[in-house]
Design a binder for this molecule. Structure first.
Ligand SMILES: Nc1ncnc2c1ncn2[C@@H]1O[C@H](COP(=O)(O)OP(=O)(O)O)[C@@H](O)[C@H]1O
Ligand SMILES: [Mg+2]
Length: 408
């Protein structure tokens, strides 16, 4: 029986989907995760304690385990595990990405530098350390700009600024967000030229450095700032096929420049008229539970099965996304407070085309909207004959919901 080690960081949304995928492929699972007594008790020998903030040490533990119990795959389901997986898989001779390449996907300025060396179209940018004059650097780029921390995700701390006051205010706010998240509040902040236009996500899998696009997602809600809340992801894209070809070319060149070679890749690009600008890439598949919107072939094979098959080195089968259009809405958090309830879910599920909904924050927990938000509230899924049908179903489903947040 094949054995796969899944790196499941605390707070991952994807444990169940990957464990199910392993069962579908008859693979034994070992879970590498952070402190979790319940999981450790339940899994016994199938549990390995790691610390995602210490990639080298965690990789060493995995290699020790792999020496005792041979592993066939190491799968980092989220961003926090990608470097650990690359380091451990390299030593154990398993399918992996170069550690330096995944490290670049975890640090926004390293990524920009790798892309600049290969002349990939990307936003003009400057790095602002603590003593630097944020507004002066923004002026060099030209307003509007986008300020962002180097190593966060899900748009946390990403803020648009249209003038010097806003730029200084954004930098202060980012430093507070870093401090709350336990990062060094004095770490440099990236300032980028604001790229207008429409945004797409490219979901792909890499095999020996070759990009196979699994889906293009449109993000039909405007993402113009000051905060960048991702809500709708809908596939197939409605962009002109020739533009999609260009998006794919730029994404493939960028991924090559970063050095990623194996496994899932999630890239984000903007299309401004005829110009395609590369924003970023991660060495994982789409975030949160959004992967559930992707199914393949006549049997509707889940994304996680496709990725696990690749990680296990099983023979490559050409796959195609299923025919219907599909989409997901990441439910926005409207304001700060204590989440009391999400009402109207029954009605939302009755909307034609809506297929599934999951609320991922329990009632009673404190929530924040962006740019501070640190969790997704939930996910609403729909399918339909066309992307327009899916978008309508998701909007209608969302309109049924009443997200009740109490002031504190
Ligand atoms: N230079 C930019 N120009 C325009 N929008 C941007 C720019 N950088 C980021 N954004 C917006 O902010 C979102 C989050 O930024 P991103 O760099 O992808 O960070 P994260 O790792 O948090 O996803 C992007 O999806 C995009 O909508
Ligand atoms: Mg992003």
């Amino acid at each position: 029986m094949a054995r796969a080690l899944l790196i499941l960081p605390t707070g991952t949304y994807r444990a169940a989907d990957f464990i199910e995928a392993a069962a579908a492929l008859d693979a034994e699972v070992i879970v590498a995760s952070e402190e979790d007594m319940v999981l450790a008790d339940q899994l016994g020998d199938g549990f390995l304690l790691i610390d995602c903030s210490r990639p080298e040490e965690s990789a060493r533990r995995i290699v020790e385990l792999g020496d005792r119990q041979p592993l066939d795959a190491i799968v980092p389901v989220d961003d926090q595990g990608v470097l650990i997986a690359a380091l451990a898989a390299e030593q154990l001779g398993l399918t992996h990405n170069p550690p330096a390449a995944v490290a670049a996907t975890r640090n926004k300025v390293m990524l920009r530098r790798a892309l600049a060396d290969a002349e990939i179209p990307q936003p003009a940018h400057e790095l602002a350390g603590v003593p630097d004059d944020v507004a002066g650097l923004a002026e060099v780029i030209g307003y509007p700009v986008v300020l962002k921390p180097l190593s966060m995700s899900a748009s946390r701390g990403v803020i648009r600024a249209d003038d010097a006051d806003e730029a200084r205010g954004a930098a202060e706010r980012i430093r507070r967000i870093l401090a709350v998240a336990g990062h060094n509040p004095s770490e440099p902040i990236l300032i980028e030229q604001y790229v207008p236009g429409i945004e797409l996500a490219v979901e792909g899998v890499l095999r020996g450095g070759e990009l196979e696009v699994l889906a293009f997602f449109d993000k039909p809600d405007p993402l113009e700032g000051p905060f960048f809340e991702e809500t709708l992801f809908i596939t197939p894209s409605r962009l002109h096929p020739e533009m999609l070809d260009e998006v794919e070319r730029v994404a493939a060149r960028a991924i090559r420049a970063i050095g990623l070679r194996e496994g899932p890749v999630h890239a984000e690009l903007r299309v401004d008229g005829s110009r395609v600008v590369f924003l970023e890439a991660a060495a994982r598949s789409i975030g949160g539970l959004c992967g559930r919107s992707l199914r393949f072939g006549l049997l509707g094979t889940p994304l996680e099965v496709v990725l696990l098959r690749h990680a296990l080195g099983r023979p490559h089968r050409k796959i195609r996304r299923e025919d219907p259009a599909s989409g997901v809405m990441m439910l926005p958090i409207p304001r700060a407070g204590i989440l009391s309830a999400v009402q109207g879910t029954d009605r939302a599920l009755e909307v034609p085309g809506v297929t599934e909904m999951e609320i991922t924050i329990p009632p009673g927990r404190r929530v924040w909207p962006l740019p501070e938000a640190d969790r997704y509230l939930g996910f609403l899924f729909a399918r339909g004959p066309t992307p327009e049908d899916v978008e309508e179903a998701l909007r209608e489903g969302f309109a049924c919901l009443d997200i009740v947040i109490d002031s504190d």
